[in-house]
Design a protein. Structure first.
Length: 326
């Protein structure tokens, strides 16, 4: 608007009306947004309260079932829960590994291997070592619990708040990654590799059950301790520990499964580690980036496929091999 026209508009009160109209609209938009935010806030809080009540009632049942004895819940409850979860989830994958069925599931296998379906004798060998490791972890749960008592931890019967549990889990992810990455690198020192870690690397194309197939020292050093450190440092509630151990169990089984199913986290990073030995030591990748231990991985086809897939088409078909590499 030119200066003369603007002066006339002010004189006639148009501009004032125009401005006030815009301000009115903006005001309405802000009010509606505030109402919307307040509405969704109430909805989220309602959902959290409802699911929180549900979780609390389930936790109360666990307490009653184990005789309301905190020692029993912390040691035997945690041991039984983590072992059962491992075997229940692993058995789904193992069924596919042994039978090679259903066919549509096998299409999602990352590496093509000639010895697939896996011979039952190999699965028995894996299962036996996993059971030994789980049995040997009982003293760890006992000592770990008593150290938690000495350190002091959240012993309330009521569950922790959502915010607290969420941030504690984030912290545990970070601590686990640091602990796992560096302990894993130590296990690749020639002496430790030859005497300890070599067992875990018998599987170049791993299957889910192989997740805890390792030397007992490795099981303590690289699996149990890094997972335990986060809850120990924070003095977490047993319920938070159980959620955390569930996350760890699911992720390690998926990472070793050799399957990249749609809607599941991508397992290519650790699968590539089993294939190449000297790449991708971590689970998340930021320490590999920092130490340059993912250079080969980043050049590989596995890296392109290492993404969340929401398609029923296998990732190796979505990202086919470069013919130059064949
Ligand atoms: Zn592994
Ligand atoms: Zn390794």
């Amino acid at each position: 608007m030119c200066l003369r026209k603007r002066k006339n508009a002010i004189k006639n009160g148009y501009e004032w009306r125009w401005h006030s109209k815009v301000e009115e609209n903006q005001h309405d938009v802000c009010n509606n947004l505030k109402k919307g935010v307040r509405g969704s806030e109430k909805y989220i809080l309602y959902l959290w309260k409802t699911s929180g009540d549900f979780l609390q009632s389930q936790w109360d049942k666990v307490f009653e079932l184990l005789g309301s004895d905190v020692d029993t819940i912390a040691i035997w409850g945690t041991f039984t829960y983590t072992c059962l979860l491992y075997w229940i989830v692993a058995s789904f994958y193992t069924f596919i590994d042994v039978t090679g069925k259903p066919k549509f599931a096998v299409k999602h296998r990352i590496q093509e291997i000639s010895s697939y379906p896996v011979p039952f004798s190999s699965v028995l060998k894996l299962g036996r070592q996993v059971l030994i490791n789980q049995f040997l972890s009982i003293p760890f749960y006992m000592v770990g619990y008593h150290l938690m008592v000495l350190r002091g931890y959240d012993t309330k019967k009521s569950l922790p708040s959502f915010q607290r549990a969420f941030f504690e889990l984030l912290f545990c992810v970070l601590v686990e990654e640091i602990g796992f990455y560096y302990s894993h690198r130590v296990l690749h020192f020639p002496f430790f590799y030859k005497h300890i870690h070599k067992i875990h690397h018998e599987w170049k194309s791993p299957i889910a059950l192989a997740a805890a197939y390792c030397h007992p020292i490795e099981h303590y050093f690289s699996n149990l301790i890094p997972a335990y450190l986060g809850p120990f440092l924070l003095g977490s509630h047993i319920f938070t520990c159980w959620i955390w151990y569930s996350i760890i169990t699911f992720s390690t089984l998926i990472n070793h499964s050799g399957f990249h199913f749609p809607f599941f986290p991508p397992p290519e990073r650790h699968d590539f580690h089993h294939l190449k030995f000297n790449q991708s030591f971590g689970a998340l990748g930021f320490l590999d980036y920092l130490h340059g231990t993912d250079v080969e991985f980043k050049k590989s086809e596995s890296y392109r496929r290492n993404c969340w897939s929401f398609s029923l088409v296998p990732v190796k078909d979505l990202y086919p091999s470069d013919p130059k590499n064949n």
